[in-house]
Design a protein around this ligand. Structure first.
Ligand code: FES
Length: 107
């Protein structure tokens, strides 16, 4: 199973397993990763699962879709070129070792 790493605002890392075919947000929530709120449950309508994809992995993860792109304008923390909604990142074996940074605030 792929392992993904959430780097928290204080610099600590949470390494969790994420099943292929699920989404990154689920891995965070089911492992109690702090800072991923996911109020809407994964419908790309709350922007509280915002993450910054590590620069090494942005090409692999790819860009947001149109709906996600619009929602990213409503994140609590600043939007950056590497911003994604973790509920819209599909986990696959190719993402093993993915690093994402959790923003300071989600609401
Ligand atoms: S969980 Fe609401 S936008 Fe991702």
């Amino acid at each position: 199973m792929p392992i993904v790493i959430f780097e928290l605002p204080d610099g600590t890392e949470r390494k969790v397993t994420a099943a292929s075919g699920t989404v990154l947000m689920q891995a965070a929530v089911s492992n109690g990763v702090e800072g991923i709120v996911a109020e809407c449950g994964g419908n790309a309508s709350c922007a509280t699962c915002h993450v910054y994809v590590d620069g090494r992995h942005t090409e692999l993860v790819g860009p947001p879709n149109e709906v996600e792109d619009e929602m990213l304008d409503f994140t609590a923390a600043e939007r950056r070129p590497t911003s994604r909604l973790s509920c819209q990142i599909q986990i696959s074996d190719a993402l093993d070792g993915l690093v994402v940074h959790v923003p300071e605030e989600q609401v």
